[in-house]
Design a protein around this ligand. Structure first.
Ligand SMILES: C[S@@+](CC[C@H](N)C(=O)[O-])C[C@H]1O[C@@H](n2cnc3c(N)ncnc32)[C@H](O)[C@@H]1O
Length: 233
């Protein structure tokens, strides 16, 4: 399925996509790149690694591959730290080459520009099968909705669906349960969303829920942890 999207530039200079049909963008207008670093890298992957430095490969599941920004930043992290990452992601609306080839994420931070070619590889990797993308990063990218997807045991969830008011079916307690049921002990659920309903649902589903400072321009975000937290981070 293809859907009309328009490239926009967010406040930190990085691109995002706007979907006219939903009147919604893929990322925060205050900065797509900064949001991804803050919500998913800092409070997701890096927190997991600080708390569980011996547990790898790290299994990440992402809802919505989209631009591939979270996948690429995770790949860069895996290569820099030399820690194997198994990345499972799903996407029912893959982007055309005409769109993803114009995205400027690999130009934001010149210190990691040498990983730029992997961005393209993430997009050209085949759907519905596992691919070795780089030495420390394997990915399985499924062309499917969350409703239909088969999920695997996971250490970190990047819950990056469109906002609850735009796509409520991805934020029901049943849908969240489908995802949180896959979480290993200590696993992290990270999302930019911070609604009271989400926090209540994640608590009901057995997670310890933290409200953390959001990325620039957003007051809060949410992180849930399965089981006991080992330390702060
Ligand atoms: C907020 S965007 C984030 C995308 C991506 N993580 C990124 O950083 O570019 C939400 C993504 O979820 C995808 N999506 C839409 N409906 C979905 C569904 N039912 N199941 C899974 N993903 C869906 C959209 O196509 C879009 O790529």
């Amino acid at each position: 399925m293809a859907r009309e999207v328009k490239i926009i530039t967010t406040e930190d200079g990085s691109h995002s996509l706007f979907v006219p049909e939903l009147n919604e963008s893929y990322h925060s207008f205050h900065g797509a790149y900064r949001e991804s670093i803050h919500v998913f890298m800092l409070y997701g992957l890096e927190t997991w690694f600080t708390r569980n430095p011996e547990r790898y490969p790290i299994r990440i599941f992402e809802v919505g591959f989209g631009t591939g920004l979270n996948a690429w930043l995770s790949l860069v992290w895996a290569e820099q730290f030399k820690v194997p990452v198994l990345y499972h992601t799903i996407e029912p609306f893959p982007l055309e080459k005409e769109i993803y080839s114009k995205l400027n994420y690999t130009e934001v931070d010149t210190s990691i520009y040498h990983y730029a070619s992997y961005f393209n590889r993430l997009h050209t990797a085949p759907w519905n099968e596992g691919s070795v993308i780089s030495e420390y990063f394997n990915m399985k990218k499924d062309l499917i909705t969350l409703e239909e997807a088969v999920l695997y045991p996971t250490d970190i969830i990047f819950y990056d669906a469109f906002a609850p008011n735009k796509q409520p079916e991805l934020w029901t307690k049943e849908m969240l349960a489908k995802v949180t049921d896959t979480m290993n002990p200590g696993a992290i659920f990270a999302t930019y969303c911070a609604t009271g309903q989400l926090k209540r649902d994640l608590k009901d589903l057995g997670l310890e829920v933290e409200t953390l400072p959001g990325p620039p321009g957003k007051k809060e975000m949410v992180r849930g942890v399965k089981g006991r937290m080992r330390d702060e981070g």
